[in-house]
Design a protein around this ligand. Sequence first.
Ligand code: SF4
Length: 232
Amino acid sequence: VRDSTTLTVSELFESIQGEGPSAGVPCTFLRLSHCNLRCSWCDTKYTWDWQAYRIEDETRVVALDAVARELARFGRERLVVTGGEPLIQQRALAGLFTVLPASWAIEVETNGTLEPLPELVERVMQWNVSPKLSNSGETLARRYRPEALGALRATGRAFLKLVVATPEDVAEAEGLVSTLAWPAERVLLMPQGATRAELAATTAFVRAAAAERGFGHSPRLHIERWEGVRGK
Ligand code: SF4
């Protein structure tokens, strides 16, 4: 993971951005392996849960120029880097960005526990920061890193995307936004749900809760369209 000349890749595919401020926009996805958290409802456990998945089947260690070539084949100028937690491999990611065309728009999804390197801050057009709430089952000490969140907020290009399902979750999300003094217009509430039925049950509530607080809301287009089928 710490080798900065290669990336440990989970998946590489083209799709539409399914969540966050650019939901619906066509893009290439680079999903990196490994995560420093263990959220109970994680929908990409194949990037880190090596009890349930075989690491040999789920990961490829790829040289940076080869990753760049694979990405270029899709012919899109918009890249979303996700995981897992992509900032675990951020030194290599910074190296990848130096060999990608400067015209590409790059978004990075992160759980907000790791401070981004200055090279990444300079290059990344949009940060989709999704700090986990207590509904993740993760401990506060592991999931909440105010210094990392502060560094991401200071980029001026970061959105908070908070996964909620209940009024308690919304109250917790609101408390976090207020503690971080994060601008409301850069906050999105997103319904928890790994199936269409789960999403349908929470979406109306989440939209109303977001509107009441001046937050935005995020869809989950991948669940709506493909119900979590991989590589979409
Ligand atoms: S931070 Fe994201 S990738 Fe990591 S376990 Fe939680 S939901 Fe999954």
